[in-house]
Design a binder for this molecule. Structure first.
Ligand code: ANZ
Ligand code: ZN
Length: 876
């Protein structure tokens, strides 16, 4: 008897496959086969695969193999997200150049992938830190600059002191750095390059509706991130005549006492002819607010400005107390990042001493500065309606501002309740209600009032309907060395000048000193910095920031279709054949970052005429995490399981198969070494069984009708297993239950061994079972499957052999178990033919011995039959 020795089998097949790389190479586009593009997210080359990678690739590889066997032309590529900070950190620590460190990590991880037996087409490998790739980042950047999609501006940016670089909004998670969970992100003023993602905000949002096969949670996260709001901007004129002293001193002290100062009375008499009076005064300054509730404008009792609002600086210039206070507010705000729920922060503010005129009522209302108003959203100014907004209500209570009710919880047309009984609980934020205290708009419903008031504002020239997005432009400048140089020049005479296309790529210099301080290391390389202006021929300075590495991963999967193309980023014909990606698989941590950027990039490339698809991937799957002992694997917890270790002990097949068996792929997987050992025992059982019966002469005989009950049962089990695994690959992806089904099939075969030995289950039947069983194993345990496939006398590569087909007739159970109840209580379970008629089922239930016992002395008054499921006898 032969023993299962993965340490011998696997390297032998790995060698065979290395000699036949064409096995994994996609066929020409002219092949009659349907195409299938399966993609796993490319790894960062840290030097070591972790179990999360193994799981991700095991899922993708099983699918790729299945699709080949189902007769598809499959593209299954792999590459390296090879720029980024860890290479610089390693350089600091070990004094190895980032390039060397990265390339040797890639080599090590590629060896691990090959050892795992993953079916990648290495001819399409993409390495983002090599000039043949990143030159196209530069090329895209120039194209975007031409189209006005790349621009430079000075702005407040997120700064991670540990990364010593700027971060995009998407890289700030709960106010902290995406790479340093405990590092609060600071704000800095810097000149930066931005890509205009906001141009595509609406399309990025609408596109989500056309991606029904993306996880709902990912689409919801993207919708919220894009954050579309429909509302109106309304201009309030600053009243030039009414300067009072600001209350900056007083406001600094927290007020504790509350005054429930809300009122159902209308505002004081408006200033005569107030509407329009603001527009008459030529010199008046205006403050535009963004509101989603213009219907509440008669309830606005103050304006609140973001501390960074330009007019605040004007006010503060003449008021030093206010200036101090504004500085404090800015600092407080920096601590509650834009990505947070700003509504939840402690609210602080100050009166500026100025007033504004409500263009609807003509009323004068005080202008305040408040830390809960964001400078980067809407217009950076709001009208505060304490009666109908949570945040405004809290703020008004704290600072004693008037709370005026303008919306009642009463339907349009409904008679009013008596007096103050109508007053709602505050703040009252419902919108299916009716307006009061709102002049000519009284008694309108909120929705209608909103339309009419927006139209009124537009007619009178002080407002209009607006759509606002939370999405910001993508800041792509990084003050780091190991990234794509931004192909821009600064000339004293000509200003910003793009590098001419024929000078690409701008190579990243190799001998660069990396320091901990941050600040772009390239700035210290005179050979790099000093350039010639292509316009005037005079001296110019090169941009020394590099691109965010999310640029690299925004389009890498297009390059896979034609990785050797050197006249363009990719061959558009190849892209139109392969795209969209049929199945993308990766971690949910990229739901916003990578998956928004790459959707944006796709739309930009489409608008450049390079591609035709609107979205990169039709289906997205986000797998769960691999944990150990209920905790995330991490070095600090000392609970990291190394793939190499697992492979050395149990083999690649068992390691991969366990990662699919231990949990459904979308759930977290708690790694248990016992479990790997169990899977390895199962594989050993398969190995022993197949090698033992592969050679029996009868197994080579012709298939004939099964002639025993056990033979029939085994064939039924086989076809049920084929059906289950096929349907699962096509839809559910519960590979854990697929593998469990294979285990059950194996157990049945082992249990039947005495009958096999006795010839009751003939070789012909085994011959019908062994080949399909090995084919079913191939996506999950490719080494063992290839080995056994050969031992069964097959000469074609198993990867390209057609997937087994199940026959419904053979998969059907011929006997089923039916529970029998008496008065709703389970009393027996009977075995009957699957095709049994209702009458026969009823008779069988009544005739059952155990049931009879409960019928004694009783009369059956009704028989309820749920075909195939249940019999219930009602007796009296
Ligand atoms: C008056 C009002 C009355 C508002 C009311 C709401 C309820 P979303 O849905 O998030 O777009 N707002 C506008 N710009 C802001 C800024 N820069 N910082 C903080 N808050 C801002 O919310 C839009 C609402 O958030 C706007 O509508 C405004 O408050 C506030 F009963 O205006 B509202
Ligand atoms: Zn110049």
């Amino acid at each position: 008897e032969q023993r299962y020795t993965p340490a011998e089998i696997e390297p032998r097949w790995q060698q065979r496959w290395a000699e036949q790389p064409e096995l994994y190479v996609a066929e020409p586009h002219s092949t009659g086969k349907p195409k299938y593009y399966v993609l796993e997210m490319l790894p960062y080359p840290s030097g070591q695969l972790h179990m999360g990678h193994v799981r991700n690739y095991a899922i993708g590889d099983a699918l790729a193999r299945y699709m080949w066997m189902r007769g598809h032309n499959v593209l299954h590529p792999m590459g390296w997200d090879a720029f980024g900070l860890p290479a610089e950190n390693a350089a600091l620590k070990n004094n190895t150049p980032p390039r060397e460190w990265t390339l040797s990590n890639i080599a090590a991880m590629k060896r691990q992938m090959e050892r795992l037996g993953l079916s990648y087409d290495w001819q399409t490998e993409v390495t983002t830190c090599l000039p043949d790739y990143y030159r196209w980042n530069q090329w895209f950047f120039l194209r975007m600059y031409e189209r006005g999609l790349a621009y430079r501006k000075k702005s407040k940016v997120n700064w991670c002191p540990q990364c010593a670089t700027v971060l995009a909004n998407e890289q700030v998670i709960d106010g902290c750095c995406w790479r340093h969970e405990d590092q609060i992100v600071e704000q800095r003023d810097l000149e930066q390059w931005f890509l205009r993602t906001t141009n595509y905000a609406q399309e990025l949002l609408d596109g989500l509706d056309k991606l029904p096969e993306w996880p709902e949670k990912v689409r919801t996260m993207q919708r919220n991130w894009i954050g579309r709001s429909e509302g109106a901007t309304v201009e309030f004129a600053v009243d030039p005549s009414t300067l009072e002293e600001s209350n900056a001193d007083q406001a600094l002290e927290e007020k504790v006492e509350h005054r429930p100062g809300h009122t159902l009375k209308p505002a004081a008499e408006p200033v005569a002819g107030a509407v329009g009076s603001a527009t008459n005064a030529a010199a008046t300054e205006k403050i535009a607010v963004f509101t989603t509730r213009i219907d509440t404008i008669f309830g606005a009792t103050s304006l609140q400005l973001a501390p960074e609002h330009p007019i605040v600086a004007e006010f503060a210039a003449k008021d030093s107390k206010l200036a101090t206070h504004v500085a404090t507010l800015i600092e407080q705000q920096a601590r509650a990042r834009e990505s947070d729920d700003i509504g939840a922060i402690d609210k602080h503010g100050a009166f500026t001493g100025h007033y504004a005129i409500n263009p609807f009522s003509g009323e004068r209302i005080p202008i305040w500065v408040a830390n809960y108003v964001l400078s980067g959203y809407g217009t950076g100014a709001i009208m505060s309606v304490p009666a109908h907004d949570e945040r405004d209500y809290e703020f008004a209570n704290k600072y004693d501002l008037e709370v005026r009710i303008v919306v009642l919880p009463r339907r349009v047309g409904e008679p009013p309740a008596a007096g103050d009984a109508e007053a709602p609980l505050l703040p009252y934020t419902e919108e299916d209600s009716l307006l009061i205290n709102s002049g000519e708009f009284n008694s309108l419903g909120c929705q209608e009032a909103r339309r009419k008031m927006a139209a009124y504002a537009e007619e009178h020239g002080f407002g209009k309907t607006t759509v606002t997005f939370r999405l910001r432009d993508w800041g792509v400048s990084r003050q780091r060395y190991w990234g794509t140089p931004i192909p821009m020049l600064y000339c004293e005479k000509d200003g910003i000048v793009p590098v001419p296309e024929d000078q690409l790529p701008i190579l990243l210099p190799e001998q660069v000193e990396i320091t901990q301080q941050g600040g772009s290391p390239l700035a210290n390389v005179p050979d790099f910095v000093n350039a010639t202006c292509p316009k005037c021929g005079g001296p110019a300075r090169r941009e020394t920031d590099t691109m965010d590495t999310f640029v690299d991963s925004s389009w890498y999967f297009y390059r896979y279709t034609s990785a050797k193309e050197n006249k363009a980023p990719f061959d558009s014909d190849a892209v139109s054949y392969w795209f969209p990606i049929d199945q993308y698989i990766g971690g949910v941590e990229h739901a916003i970052l990578h998956l928004i950027y790459s959707r944006f990039w796709t739309k930009v490339m489409r608008d450049m005429g390079l591609i035709q698809n609107d979205e990169p991937a039709t289906r997205l799957f986000t797998q769960g995490m691999v944990i150990k002992d209920k905790a995330k694997m991490s070095k600090s917890k000392g609970n990291v399981v190394s793939p190499d270790d697992m492979i050395a002990r149990y083999g690649a097949d068992a390691t991969r198969m366990y990662s699919l068996f231990a949990a459904p792929p979308d759930r977290d997987l708690d790694w248990q070494e016992d479990g790997v050992a169990g899977v390895s025992r199962f594989l050993a059982k398969v190995y022993r069984f197949v090698t033992r019966y592969a050679e029996t002469p009868a197994s080579k005989g012709q298939a004939s009708a099964p002639n025993s009950k056990t033979s029939q049962a085994l064939l039924r089990k086989l076809h049920q297993t084929i059906r289950q695994i096929t349907l699962d690959f096509d839809e559910r992806w519960h590979f854990n239950t697929c593998i469990a089904a294979l285990m059950k099939l194996m157990n049945d075969l082992v249990a039947a061994e005495p009958e096999i030995e006795a010839g009751v289950v003939p070789g012909e039947v085994l011959a019908q079972i062994l080949n399909p069983m090995v084919l079913l194993l191939a996506p999950f345990a490719p080494y063992l499957a290839a080995e056994l496939w050969g031992q069964l006398g097959n000469e074609d590569p198993i990867l390209r052999h057609p997937w087994p087909v199940y026959e419904e007739a053979l998969a059907r159970e011929d006997e089923i178990e039916i529970p029998v109840q008496v008065n709703g209580k389970l009393r027996s379970v009977i075995r009957v033919a699957a095709e049994i008629s209702q009458e026969a089922l009823r008779d069988a239930a009544l005739a059952d011995e155990k049931v009879q016992h409960f019928l004694q002395g009783k009369q059956v008054i009704k028989v309820i039959i749920v075909p195939g499921k249940l019999v219930n006898l009602l007796v009296k």
